[in-house]
Ligand binder design. Structure first.
Ligand SMILES: [Zn+2]
Length: 500
């Protein structure tokens, strides 16, 4: 009998060690603290439901500020689990804030769920839209939304079971692709009492990323002219399209003289209706980007002067004379984001949990799927990122992208991680990342994100002193930064005219 129990004990030790060596995520590793074990178990047990939510959002593929059904699905899931809901915050029907628990620390998770126009795609290894021209989740925001909700619910389970104290807030933030919602939610003070914000984003790598993003200002300029027959009496007309072209040319000349970290790009959103009608109205949507907000504003002020100059070129001697039908060009400020102020102390905490959870493990079938995607996309066939990248706290100074999470990072300590939801070398915003985001590959990696999010919050709730170095770094990094809202109090969230 004693012999038998010894052999059973040995067998159990063997099992525990094997599970750990296999790095089978966090399902039930022996050395995980009870609070994290509860959260990990919740994720494993409820994974199918969270994945079903992600798939529904992937199918809906609703684009910026029209994510009504996706927002409802996510917020109702939280409400049904006992979270307090505030919907339609900051004048956006598809935005919400969900809270659970009370008191300090107040921890923020972010959810995004907007799709990209034109990226409709089936789960396939070739280009194959569900509906040609419709939206698709090329940035993986279906996983982003559902994964965050999964992380919050796993955390709640642990809070209830182990009596953890604090508040978890889930921010439902629409229109990330147009960097809109968070700018207005920060302006309206919705993050003012948050102690730390744990963000994540789907990607092709498992890593904590502290690379700064670019500051950006997004605006649409509308020029007005006077219609006339373009061949019969062109001298009687004033072309608003001429003004757009003169403006774009002026900006393109400016391009040579901005700092190398600056970027300017645009699309013409309204160029008139027909060649034989001189356009009385024309619009152009532009981004100015730079390494930081002051640099963005320096470029922007020069661009603003070119708006007036282009308007004068189109109207000539009639410029400014209301009797001629003159109407001055209008600038519609859409949004503005700062460069990201990454909190490195928070990044260290997240990195520990990302290491603990480990990379996702893919089946042979999933590996074949990933390699086929890489082949079809014409990138190096290297499979998936199967490790967790080392934490690099001093990465290259800039990336090309911008995010509205950056604005949160100046009002509360913020950090972000990613997991490998699609194969290496596959870029975001592509048909291939859309395909992977709807596949078991994207869904599997999302489960890891749920666990990392929950673990981060558990660490902070169990030991709020962990936030002291985080807070100290935040105060140091913001002491010379005067947060001025990039959009004024009257501006409401909106999109360029052709997307409304
Ligand atoms: Zn994104």
């Amino acid at each position: 009998m004693i012999k038998r129990s010894i052999s059973i004990t040995l067998f159990l030790i063997y099992l525990a060690v094997t599970v750990q060596v296999m790095g089978a995520g966090t399902s039930d590793p022996a050395d995980l603290i009870a609070e994290k074990k509860t959260a990990a178990k919740w994720v494993d047990k409820n994974g199918k439901e969270i994945q079903a939510i992600s798939n529904q959002i992937w199918d809906l593929a609703e684009i910026a500020l029209k994510e009504f059904k996706s927002a409802k699905l996510l917020s109702t899931t939280l409400e049904d689990a006992g979270f307090q809901l505030k919907r339609g915050v900051s004048d956006m029907p598809s935005a919400f804030v969900a809270s659970y628990g009370s008191g300090k620390p107040v921890i923020a998770f972010l959810a995004e769920y907007d799709a990209l126009p034109g990226l409709s795609q089936k789960v396939s290894t070739k280009i194959d839209p569900v509906v040609a021209g419709a939206g698709g989740h090329g940035c993986g925001h279906s996983l982003f939304g559902a994964g965050t909700i999964g992380g919050a619910l796993a955390l709640k389970e642990s809070m209830v079971k182990h009596g953890l104290k604090g508040t978890i807030r889930v921010y439902g933030t629409p229109a990330e692709e147009q960097v809109v919602a968070k700018v207005f939610m920060v302006r309206d003070g919705l993050f003012d009492d948050v102690d730390v914000c744990f963000d994540w984003h789907p990607s092709n790598k498992n890593r904590v990323r502290v690379q700064p993003s670019k500051a950006l200002r997004s605006f649409e300029v509308t020029f007005y002219g006077r219609s006339a027959h373009a061949s019969g009496a062109p001298w009687k007309g004033v072309s608003a399209l001429d003004a757009v072209e003169a403006f774009a040319t002026g900006v393109n000349l400016l391009r040579e003289h901005i700092p190398t970290t600056g970027r300017i790009h645009y699309v013409v959103t309204d160029g008139g209706g027909a060649p034989n009608v001189i356009p009385a109205k024309a619009s152009i949507w532009m981004f100015t980007r730079a390494k930081d907000w002051p640099e963005v504003m320096k470029i922007y002020r020069h661009v603003e002067t070119i708006v007036k100059a282009a308007d004068m070129m189109a109207w000539g001697e009639e410029y400014g004379d209301p009797d001629t039908g003159f109407r001055t060009a209008e600038i519609n400020m859409l949004t503005g984001v700062y460069e990201y102020n990454h909190n490195k102390e928070a990044a260290k905490l997240v990195h520990r949990n990302l290491m603990r959870v480990g990379p996702p493990e893919y089946t042979k079938k999933e590996t074949r799927f990933g390699r086929k995607l890489q082949e079809a996309f014409g990138v190096e066939v290297e499979g998936y990122h199967t490790e967790v990248a080392e934490l690099d706290l001093d990465p290259l100074p800039e990336s090309g992208g911008s995010t509205d999470v950056a604005n949160i990072s100046w009002v509360t300590p913020t950090t972000a991680f990613s997991v490998s939801n699609w194969p290496l070398n596959i870029p975001a915003h592509s048909w291939a990342s859309t395909s992977a985001s709807g596949s078991s590959v994207g869904l599997k990696a999302m489960m890891n994100a749920c666990k990392v999010l929950a673990f981060n919050a558990i660490d902070v709730m169990m030991d709020p002193a962990l936030l002291e170095p985080v807070r100290k770094e935040f105060e140091e990094s913001t002491k010379n930064f005067d947060y001025a809202d990039p959009v004024d109090a009257k501006t409401k969230p909106s999109l360029p005219s052709h997307m409304r």
